[in-house]
Design a protein around this ligand. Structure first.
Ligand SMILES: Cc1ncc(COP(=O)(O)O)c(C=O)c1O
Length: 373
């Protein structure tokens, strides 16, 4: 057995920018200004420009970004928000936090992204918004969703936490919805050194609301227009994100190369389903997810070879204890349930070597031969 292969390592990318990041952190330390200052303002301008949006509003997390985006649209009790049945729990939590009703729609089992036909079927007179979550790094099939939203007068709120830099029909994720949210959790393609998130929008009024709502609902200090949150991006995180944003394209390019190597080496293996990419959509490989009927046995075999993998996600939101009160049943969203049983995420991070990918592939091939042979 060779050296262990971690699921994710910050080391290669962080080593390369260590001096620059430490200098920026020292400069924040010496500035005597730690919350909502020049670093946040500049990061917001740079991120908005990078994402092709008029505004970016820095907040404390991706969950808060989703919550504030929904609040900006005035979404609340009596309204419905359609979201994927296999989305990350934060998407469901954000809708729940507004008091709106969560309406799950099943994903396409190949791309794992929300199926526009399922969204169409889930629409009711109370539907206020659809939340496409660009899962694992691949853009959702946005064209039919945007057309549907236009036709039915409903809002689109993209969750771009996992897909910084992905595109659909040439347009960047995070720039297509009325208001969109992202996370800068450290392992994201663009990650801070702690928690962080942002809202992006072209709408001046939605951006003004989000800016106030993240800061106690206040535009003028000690005068409060809304019952808001304290959800601000720190100066230090903004300074780090400004540096990392400059490297994002290169890190995404490395992710693409590693993913292509996985796809080439794993093609045609019996019992393994590779990630599928929808026409017109691109993938930035936040996570490389394969599907396998014998997933747990495969994961155990890889662990024995020192290869760390993860499961995104073992329990679909409708079966989480946190949502037991909503009364969803086992079997109600079979595609989400099947993905929870079959998905396995393989190691992938900027700076991972081709040799490491090849070792993972060989170990998978050996495991599958043992499992099926
Ligand atoms: C798809 C998705 N949405 C929302 C979030 C929530 O972001 P955060 O952890 O910054 O609250 C995450 C990440 O953790 C995510 O992957």
């Amino acid at each position: 057995m060779g050296d262990p292969i971690p699921f994710y390592s910050f080391a290669p990318a962080h080593q390369a920018i260590r001096d620059e990041v430490l200098a920026a952190m020292t400069s924040c330390y010496d500035s005597n200004w730690y919350v909502l200052g020049g670093q946040v303002q500049q990061f917001e301008a740079e991120y908005a420009r990078w994402n092709g949006a008029r505004h970016a509003v820095g907040v404390a997390s991706g969950l808060d970004a989703l919550h504030i985006a929904l609040k900006a649209l005035g979404i609340g009790p009596g309204q419905e928000v359609i979201v994927a049945s296999n989305a990350y729990i934060a998407c469901w939590l954000a809708i729940a936090a507004t008091g709106a009703t969560i309406v799950p729609a099943e994903p396409d089992p190949g791309t794992c992204n929300i199926d526009p036909r399922a969204v169409e079927q889930a629409i009711s007179p109370r539907t206020a918004a659809v939340m496409p979550v660009h899962l694992f790094g691949q853009s959702c099939d946005m064209q039919p969703l945007l057309a549907l939203a236009e036709r039915r007068g409903i809002f689109i709120v993209e969750d771009n936490a996992q897909a910084h830099g992905a595109r659909c029909a040439g347009r960047l994720t995070g720039s297509m919805g009325h208001i969109n949210a992202t996370s800068f959790y450290p392992t994201k393609n663009l990650g801070a050194l702690g928690d962080g998130g942002a809202i992006t929008t072209d709408d001046d009024e939605l951006a003004r609301f989000a800016r106030a709502f993240r800061n106690y609902g206040s535009e003028k200090k000690y005068y409060n227009e809304y019952a808001g949150l304290n959800s601000r991006l720190d100066e230090i995180q903004a300074a780090v994100l400004r540096i990392k944003l400059k490297h994002l394209a290169e890190w995404n390019r490395q992710r693409e190369q590693l993913a292509q190597l996985y796809l080439k080496n794993l093609q045609g293996l019996d019992g393994l389903q590779l990630p599928q990419i929808a026409p017109d959509c691109t993938h930035v490989w936040h996570i490389f997810v394969v599907q396998c009927e014998n997933r747990d046995a495969l994961q155990d075999h890889l662990a024995q070879q020192g290869i760390q993998t993860m499961i995104h996600y073992p329990v679909p939101p409708h079966l989480q204890k946190a949502f037991a009160h909503l009364g969803f049943r086992q079997g109600q969203f079979p595609i989400a349930e099947s993905l929870a049983r079959r998905c396995l995420s393989l190691p992938l991070f900027p700076g991972m070597t081709a040799e490491q990918v090849e070792r993972v592939c060989k170990a998978i091939e050996a495991s599958l031969t043992g499992l099926t042979g």
